[in-house]
Ligand binder design. Structure first.
Ligand code: FEO
Length: 400
């Protein structure tokens, strides 16, 4: 890949992964992704982050389109996850850097990932500055955003923030800047990325933004390691504002209903519930677990006020697609949600109790008794579902 100039002396290098669809093995990336690295030319020419190991050749080609890789003096490794650090050994071999800068927890992660012996690693502290010659960079740790080692790099004079995974989006595109992509596409991709990767660390997100703002970080370029670069103060402010919004997880009137079904009774209940919520003025997303990937369900839940889960009883418990989806969602720690449960059964009928336990275990409020139906629902059962939808919608409106 040819390097893309951002501003004088700053270049986007790295790789576009057009075929990525299963990002990190747990979330869909329907638009592909990129692994961005950033080359800053100065008296000490510096590369920020690398790429996935299999893209090392593409990264070196990008660097070579600007300078001979042997002229790189410094490497800055902001995060050791292998989509960014996988090519580190190859880069060290190709560039023979004078120094490799990383955070204290980055150093520990580097040791356990690469078991190196003689790399010239130097730890940088939160708030520490480093002169590259004409330019100065300041490092800020952003622990748990989204790994313990994570940090960002800020060029105050140039107003460039190299943000690693923060503000990332899974977008593979020939366009390299956010102002070249429709804003709704940007917001959607940012939300999908945040909901499925960063959401457990919402408090750290708000704290990191507060810390950076207090330190005077007001970027005109935000350069993430995935997707496109935010260009211009307005685009950067949009990215920051979206992150605050995602992290705050304020309730909305949106209801996500997800379910699985065997002989369509739970599906019928789900469809009736969707109609009841619609009549209550709620926005509804009805998602069958076998048609929707768990990451798509989580993306929809991220801006929902209520999550209603349906499953028939199977072997005294719940079906595996629903169990897997609940397990996935629980790990991502959604906040401020109202829950509801429903399902059909043949003889023992434990599923709604199991679902309610999952939802209360995630801290969801449950304003309505779960609705369970023996075998096939009747109109009387639909009235129960209507009452449940009304109780949930009422609780939801009270939060808005
Ligand atoms: Fe994009 Fe945490 O790696």
């Amino acid at each position: 890949m040819q390097a893309t100039k951002i501003i004088d002396g700053f270049h986007l290098v790295g790789a576009i992964d057009w075929n990525s669809r299963d990002f990190h093995g747990y979330t869909l990336s329907p638009m592909g992704t990129t692994y961005n690295a950033y080359l800053v030319e100065d008296e000490k020419t510096t590369l920020f982050d690398t790429v996935k190991a299999e893209y090392k050749g593409e990264l070196l080609c990008g660097i070579a389109s600007v300078i001979d890789p042997k002229k790189i003096d410094y490497l800055v490794i902001q995060h050791l996850e292998l989509d960014h650090a996988g090519a580190l050994p190859a880069l060290i071999e190709a560039c023979q850097p004078e120094k490799i800068f990383t955070s204290s927890l980055g150093q520990k992660a580097m040791e356990s990932h690469f078991h190196y012996k003689d790399w010239p690693v130097q730890v940088v502290k939160h708030g520490e500055t480093l002169s590259l010659g004409k330019r100065t960079v300041t490092f800020y740790e952003t622990r748990m955003l989204h790994w313990p080692d994570s940090m960002v790099s800020w060029f105050a004079d140039e107003k460039v923030l190299i943000s690693n995974d923060i503000f990332g989006q899974n977008i593979a595109a020939s366009e390299r800047f956010s102002d070249q992509i429709p804003i709704h596409t940007m917001e959607r991709a940012m939300r999908e990325y945040y909901a499925n990767i960063v959401n457990p660390y919402a408090p750290q997100t708000l704290k990191a933004i507060e810390t950076l703002v207090a330190a005077g970080v007001a970027p005109e370029y935000i350069c993430p390691d995935h997707g496109v670069i935010f260009r211009g103060a307005d685009q950067c402010a949009f990215a920051v504002q979206k992150y605050v919004e995602f992290a705050e997880q304020k309730p909305t009137n949106k209801v996500v209903i997800f379910y699985d079904t065997m002989w369509h009774s739970t599906e019928k209940m789900a469809r009736v519930l969707a109609e009841c919520f619609r009549e209550e003025g709620c926005t509804v997303k009805l998602m069958w677990c076998k048609a929707c990937h768990h990451s798509q369900i989580m993306s929809e839940i991220s801006d929902a006020g209520a999550v209603v889960v349906g499953c028939p009883t199977h072997n005294n418990g719940i079906l595996p697609y629903v169990a897997g989806t609940l397990q996935y969602i629980k790990g991502l720690r959604p906040q401020n949600k109202i829950g509801g449960a429903f399902g059909s059964f043949g003889w023992s009928g434990e599923s709604t109790k199991v679902l309610a336990e999952w939802l209360t275990g995630m801290g969801f409020d449950m304003p309505a008794t779960p609705v369970k139906v023996k075998n096939v629902p009747t109109h009387a059962d639909y009235e129960q579902l209507k009452a449940m939808a009304q109780a949930i919608a009422k609780a939801l409106k009270a939060r808005l």
